[in-house]
Design a protein around this ligand. Structure first.
Ligand SMILES: [Zn+2]
Length: 292
């Protein structure tokens, strides 16, 4: 493993109101997709969305929760879903149909929507934003969303070669008196010279020196990324319970058992009649349990 792999670095420019992040997902990318047999182009698009989710998650002030990015379209790629937790645990899944031999991202996803969800796991209010799918690639879809909905100028560069995914995000610090009015434009022009191979192969410091060698930049300690699926038998049980006793009994009568499949990690959870009955049993507190 190379030193720069599976890390997110935050950085700030000292003299201009610009901040950013870099991300590399190598083992995280492989572990996330190893249970899926996706065509190469789908791996690439999903890898870019994974890198983008970590870059955006790093800009959000949420202590414990998850950022979910979804692209739903009417092209051969029907659905892309990526979830990144605030501690950079990622999972992803996709749905497609037919052959993916289309040339461009727009042809692959067709018309549809981009959905961004913030899901605080500590009981806070969740947030969802939905915008039409606009952009020639994942970066542009996200940039358009940030411009339109968040009104924070944000630029994103992404790359995925099927083995790892990487990216760079630049953001204008909001509500900041801009001392150097040209800074944002100049920084974006410099960042635009980045090559895919540089995003994938350079560590954060080397990448930033290569792009912005005249700027003073502070790079913070990295955060480690990993593959993490939040599914569990307990959560599946809770979900089944919400369907109601009657519905569960009907499914069991018809199928004998209920099998739930996690589309992110391919785990399977089976519930037979006894398991299902236990879901609806009210547990008695130990002190009130009587022996007969
Ligand atoms: Zn799972």
């Amino acid at each position: 493993m190379n030193d720069y792999q599976d890390k997110l670095h935050r950085f700030v420019f000292d003299d201009t109101p610009i901040r950013g992040n870099t991300i590399n997902l190598s083992n995280t990318f492989k572990a996330t997709l190893e249970k899926h047999n996706y065509p190469p182009i789908l791996r690439q698009v999903l890898g870019e969305l994974m890198a983008a989710s970590a870059l955006l998650a790093a800009t959000i002030k949420m202590l414990n929760g998850a950022l979910i990015l979804q692209i739903m379209g009417n092209g051969p790629i029907r659905l892309l879903v990526v979830e990144c937790s605030t501690d950079f645990g990622l999972r992803a899944t996709a749905k497609w149909q037919g052959s993916l031999n289309k040339e461009t991202f727009s042809e692959l996803v067709g018309d549809g929507h981009f959905i961004i969800t913030l899901d605080p796991k500590d009981g806070g209010q969740s947030y969802q934003g939905i915008v039409p799918l606009e952009g020639k690639d994942i970066s542009e879809v996200l940039e358009n969303y940030m411009e339109r909905s968040e009104q924070i100028p944000t630029r994103i560069w992404l790359s995925c070669d099927g083995e790892s995914a990487a990216g760079l995000l630049l953001q204008k610090v909001p509500d900041h008196e801009e001392a150097d009015s040209d800074a944002w434009k100049r920084t974006c022009v410099l960042a635009n010279t980045v090559k895919s191979s540089e995003l994938l192969e350079l560590d954060a410091r080397s990448l930033l020196i290569r792009l912005f060698h005249e700027e003073k930049i502070r790079v913070f300690d990295p955060k480690l990324t990993n593959f993490k699926c939040t599914c569990s038998r307990n959560n599946v049980g809770k979900m089944l319970k919400t369907l109601g006793k009657k519905e569960i009994e009907d499914i069991l009568a018809e199928q004998g058992s209920i099998e739930i499949h996690c589309e992110f990690c391919n785990a399977r959870y089976a519930f037979d009649e006894i398991d299902a009955r236990q879901l609806f049993e009210t547990r008695l507190a130990p002190s009130s349990v009587r022996k007969h």
